[in-house]
Write a new protein. Structure first.
Length: 325
């Protein structure tokens, strides 16, 4: 039902912007979708991209953003050309470009610096080149953040505490493998359904970065937050290849440059929310477990690595893990 509302919102903005575009011949209106609230890091990326494109094109390009979209469906829309731009996590991206799911492996990146260096370096940039074959132009890597587990049942201090919980995961095979390994019952669903699922108790918990937990007001429906930081969650700024192919070479360059600025603003927003988000969640009533032995979680996931190695190649995983710019 949420998705229906999202499509309706899109259609509404579409009709108003068409009316507006008619009065200004030079303007090209581009529809952008992103998964969370407008005030979130995704909203910041969307707004920055819009500002940069308007500025760089002297007002030729106007981006109209619609928040709260389902990521997999938005990527599908970009693929068939009914949505021009998408800012998304990599959650469902592996369903479109399987090689990219390697970045979703738990405990792969040491910290933010490491993740950003890999994605901005040759490994990440080569992955962007795999998208056009799937009908999508990948403009830049953005950021969602390190993911942490929340739930409504009990404080999770060790991997054993998580056993038996029903946890919503993204529609992502790499993540589902990991949660199964922990003894958790992974329940994949679109992010648009998560708040209601938590509220109604369809699932006990979910996992997301602090900027998603705060902007989606999960403190209203979740009591416990454990700072597992079990996986880094990249974001991406994607574009319909059909829209991209309609641009001149100079304009294409402009879109890549504007997306790079938007990605930087997104990362800065993630960092600023991380700086005070936990205090905010405590103030909203959550019990936060910060003193987590992450090595224990990493060890519990060890058997899943055999599957990841088979899927992606151990050499490729090690190349990311040991990457130094
Ligand atoms: O991209 O689906 C998820 O949990 C994502 O992290 C969220 O929608 C932000």
């Amino acid at each position: 039902m949420k998705m229906t509302r999202w499509v309706a919102a899109c259609a509404l903005t579409l009709s108003t912007t068409f009316a507006f575009a008619a009065s200004s011949q030079a303007e090209t209106v581009l529809q952008l979708g992103h998964p969370t609230a407008s005030a979130s890091h995704y909203g910041v990326a969307a707004a920055t991209l819009g500002d940069e494109l308007a500025k760089r094109s002297n007002g030729k390009f106007k981006v109209v953003s619609t928040p709260n979209g389902a990521e997999r469906e938005m990527i599908e829309s970009a693929q068939i050309g009914t949505l021009d731009l998408v800012v998304t996590s990599t959650g469902p991206v592996g369903n479109f470009v399987p090689e990219v799911a390697i970045v979703d492996i738990p405990f792969l990146f040491k910290d933010y610096q490491h993740a950003r260096a890999v994605l901005d370096g040759p490994i990440g940039q080569d992955m962007l080149k795999l998208f056009p074959a799937k009908g999508i132009e990948a403009l830049a890597w953005g950021e969602n953040g390190f993911r942490h587990i929340t739930n409504s049942k009990r404080p999770i201090n060790t991997p054993a505490d998580a056993k038996g919980l029903k946890v919503r995961t993204m529609e992502n095979q790499v993540h589902m493998t990991a949660f199964r390994q922990l003894g958790v019952l992974p329940t994949p669903m679109a992010f648009t359904e998560v708040f209601t699922a938590l509220q109604q108790g369809t699932v006990d918990g979910q996992e997301n970065p602090i900027p998603v937990i705060t902007s989606s007001k999960f403190a209203q429906v979740q009591k416990y937050l454990t700072m597992t930081g079990h996986v880094y969650s990249p974001a991406m700024i994607l574009m319909a290849k059909s829209t991209y192919d309609g641009l001149s070479a100079d304009e294409q360059k402009m879109f890549h440059e504007a997306a790079a600025v938007a990605a930087k603003a997104m990362r800065e927003k993630v960092a600023s929310v991380e700086a005070n988000g936990v205090a905010e969640l405590r103030a909203a009533g959550m019990e936060v477990i910060t003193d987590v032995d992450r090595t224990k979680f990493q060890e519990a996931l060890e058997p899943a690595y055999a599957e990841y190695s088979k899927k992606f190649g151990k050499d490729k995983i090690d190349q990311i893990r040991n990457y130094a710019p």
